[in-house]
Design a protein around this ligand. Sequence first.
Ligand code: OGA
Ligand code: MN
Length: 223
Amino acid sequence: MVNFARFISVMHSDLIFTSDHPLWDQLAADGYGLINDFLTREEVERSLVLIHLREEEDRFHAAGIGALGDYQKNRIIRGDYICWLDPSLPDHPLQFLFDRIRELLLGLNRYCYLGLQDFEFHLAYYPAGSFYRKHLDSFRGRHNRIITVVCYLNLKWQPGDGGELVIYPEQGEKITVEPTAGKAAVFLSETIPHEVLEARQPRFSITGWLTKTPLGTGFLLQD
Ligand code: OGA
Ligand code: MN
């Protein structure tokens, strides 16, 4: 006979985003939370392999500001290069990431009542000398992005390499986040201003948004 109790406990031990995860309270209290072990070292390495492949395929482009209609490139505001991910690709090399994001999304719905439905993610590369000035990811009431998730891939990051994320919570002091490999920063897209300080070494990440309506594949056309 199948031992269901054992099966359930094995499944449960595989889950990261259980009811007692500190993220739910952090998000509710401060509007942001950090997860230091969101990706394993091996997952970071697999993500970097994909970044190098997409770079070789010339699939990165300069990131823009604003929606499709008022497309505008302004390197004075942001200097990163991005490549959108299509999670519907069969055997996607980042399937593990999409699975984790889905688990996070379900946890946010279950424990923070956010009613999230979909997600969109891109690879990001900040060359040395680039930054992203203080901004919000979504304008109140206008947009669909509720939660921002940034996953860092910088295996050799050390103080002085720059590229820190600075978060400006609604209350209290600003927070400086080192973009070290495996860490994820999660915050409310509409209310938490943030910036990326100038990178002095190439900086890699995977950035995305959890949205309140389904996206289809239209996001692949945007910046
Ligand atoms: C963004 C962003 C933060 C980071 O892409 O909108 O703010 O740390 N990224 O890369
Ligand atoms: Mn942002």
